[in-house]
Write a new protein. Structure first.
Length: 593
């Protein structure tokens, strides 16, 4: 339940002699080894109650425990970068004002830093290198009792109405490939815990890109994972999990099986029945990309949504049709298997890749600080620097960046599905173009609260308010499911007010569209309700556009709820609305029956 180490004598933990990978190392590894610590799990949870927020009503905030508060001036210095710091009143107030419901923590199970990073003077900042699947990571504790401190964090977040879900790594361990350290599992039972290469059983199948792959087809490994999940829910009061490289978990043998042993064990487990389950639906093994193929209870990271929304807001040709599909829930991916829009976790940015500020400021990755001569990280970022690479004082470029940032946020938070924000995007956080900052445990990754964009924070808050107050944006049924011959619940319109035609959708230069959501019948987590009507006007082009409100919708009663080109814009509108270039304008009115 708690670990210490390893010490700096890490070279003693390799199972082979120095420079002789085929010979054993006879030296005593005890001075360097990880050590288990006997703990007292007693804790007064008081009246802790899980918020139990329906997945359809969730707004997820992906964040790093340390990076969030390492530079926060209102968090006491001794608490910065810790579990206690995350639950400080200054942070709770920010999260509540931002309007998120669910805090998703990057790995907090005990991990170790890769030796090759330590040799370069770097560290495994993200933490996807787990070895202690039951232990809170010790470096994030402000006290000598990380378990009680972690529980206290969860209790305070719950009291503030916020859920806590963990990013968990059950696809590989920190022991790496055959040349890596022997920390635990390799020494217990190598062939039971890991997938071995049948052509050379001294090596591992590397379906995770990290050197090894845990063998979920083994009963002992499946028991380990299930015991770990139950521990974090029952003992630590966690509300759900995001599973890193979750395709690996579904490989009973080599092929992915959504009815396999792991998914079956999770589905029948009474301790896990109310938890949120989110998959990263890919790995690097054979046929590893499995978006849309996970079981019914699961939601999935939808990277297609990310790519589509980035493409649309950088005026990529032929992106209009896929954008329309994305903002209405990505039905081709999820509906055919009988799943609802909540199966899609929509995101524009995550820890892996550019921040939102960098999506609009960089064409190319700038990763030289990582020590790999800029070879690491994706090169296909679907980003556009808006006219100048990196920081600039050019007012025109800065305005385009600001509009695109707010328009992507508007798209994300008002799309059907479950939105996930990358923590710090609301501040305007930049990583200076680094799209793979996994080893940057420094000010490049830590949130810069001193220079936070307070206007952008407020804009994000307005969007989450709009989503929370209007179930039309958080539907649990597909928009076309409950339409009838006379009353469609969704309508797509061109700028002239006429319906979108195949020619409009297929036009490579098509960048403008209006989406009407009728509020008279809304199926949501609370049941079937009536909500206001919404008209979302999207202009992903280089010129302002006059939108004529469709006659079939009616021009009366509309008012501006959000305008990404001018957040101060408000009031009633007539039959024509000007939407600025790279802008999104949201109109609302009382529902028409």
């Amino acid at each position: 339940r708690m670990l210490e180490g390893p010490s700096k004598e890490r070279h003693l933990l390799r199972g082979h002699a120095p420079g002789e990978p085929h010979l054993p190392d006879g030296r005593d590894s005890a001075p360097a080894a990880l050590r288990s610590v006997v703990v007292d799990n007693a804790f007064d949870w008081e009246d802790d109650t899980a918020p139990a927020i329906p997945i359809a009503d969730s707004v997820i905030y992906e964040v790093h425990v340390k990076g969030l508060t390492a530079r926060h001036p209102d968090v006491p210095e001794e608490l910065r970068g810790t579990y206690a710091g995350l639950a400080h009143p200054a942070m709770l107030g920010h999260l509540q004002a931002l309007g998120v419901t669910t805090v998703e923590l990057l790995p907090t199970q005990h991990f170790v830093h890769n030796q090759f990073l330590l040799d370069r003077g770097l560290r495994n900042y993200w933490g996807y290198n787990t070895v202690g699947f039951f232990a809170p990571h010790l470096e994030y504790a402000a006290t000598e009792d990380p378990i009680s401190e972690f529980k206290g964090m969860v209790r305070l977040l719950h009291a503030a109405g916020l859920e806590v879900i963990l990013d968990v790594v059950y696809n590989h361990t920190a022991e790496g490939n055959h040349l890596g350290p022997t920390l635990a599992f390799r020494g217990y039972d190598n062939q039971a815990y890991y997938r071995l290469d049948p052509s050379n059983r001294a090596h591992y199948l590397n379906w995770t890109g990290t050197g090894n792959t845990l063998n979920l087809g083994s009963p002992v490994v499946l028991q380990l994972v299930m015991d770990s999940l139950r521990y974090w829910v029952a003992e630590m009061h966690i509300d759900g999990f995001r599973f890193d490289l979750a395709t690996t978990l579904g490989r009973t043998h080599s092929d992915f099986d959504p009815l396999g042993a792991f998914f079956g064990a999770v589905s029948q487990d009474p301790t896990l029945r109310r938890t949120k389950l989110i998959a990263e639906p890919w790995d690097v093994g054979p046929n590893g990309y499995r978006v849309g193929q996970f079981p019914h209870r699961w939601s999935e990271w939808n990277d297609g949504y990310r790519d589509t929304v980035r493409d649309f807001w950088k005026a990529t040709p032929s992106s209009l049709g896929s954008f329309g599909n994305a903002v209405t829930g990505s039905s081709p991916l999820f509906e055919t298997s009988g799943r609802s829009p909540t199966a899609s976790v929509n995101f524009v940015t995550s820890h892996d890749g550019f921040t939102l500020a960098d999506v609009v400021a960089y064409n190319e990755k700038h990763n030289r600080a990582n020590g790999e001569t800029n070879r690491d990280g994706h090169s296909d970022n679907r980003s556009w620097n808006s006219g100048t690479e990196g920081p600039t004082d050019d007012g025109t470029v800065r305005e385009i960046r600001t509009r695109r940032t707010r328009s992507m946020a508007t798209s994300l938070l008002l799309s059907q599905g479950v939105p996930m924000l990358l923590g710090g995007d609301e501040l305007g956080r930049t990583q200076a173009g680094n799209n793979n900052a996994y080893n940057q445990d420094n000010e490049l990754s830590w949130f810069d609260w001193e220079h936070a964009d307070t206007e952008l924070i407020a804009f994000f808050g307005r969007l989450t308010d709009l989503r929370r107050n209007h179930p039309t944006f958080r539907r649990t049924a597909w928009l076309h499911e409950h339409a009838d011959a006379d009353h469609d619940l969704v309508g797509w319109f061109a700028p002239d007010g006429g319906p979108m035609t195949p020619a409009h959708w297929d036009d490579p230069e098509g960048r403008v569209v209006a989406l009407h959501l009728a509020g008279r019948v809304v199926h949501c987590a609370a049941g079937t309700v009536t909500d206001d009507d919404a008209l979302l006007l999207f202009n992903g082009g280089f010129d302002d556009v006059d939108f004529r409100i469709p006659a079939t919708v009616g021009a009366d009663g509309w008012h501006i709820a959000v305008d990404s080109t001018d957040p101060a814009r408000a009031g009633a509108v007539s039959d024509t609305v000007v939407v600025g270039k790279f802008g999104a304008t949201v109109l609302m009115r009382a529902a028409r029956t």
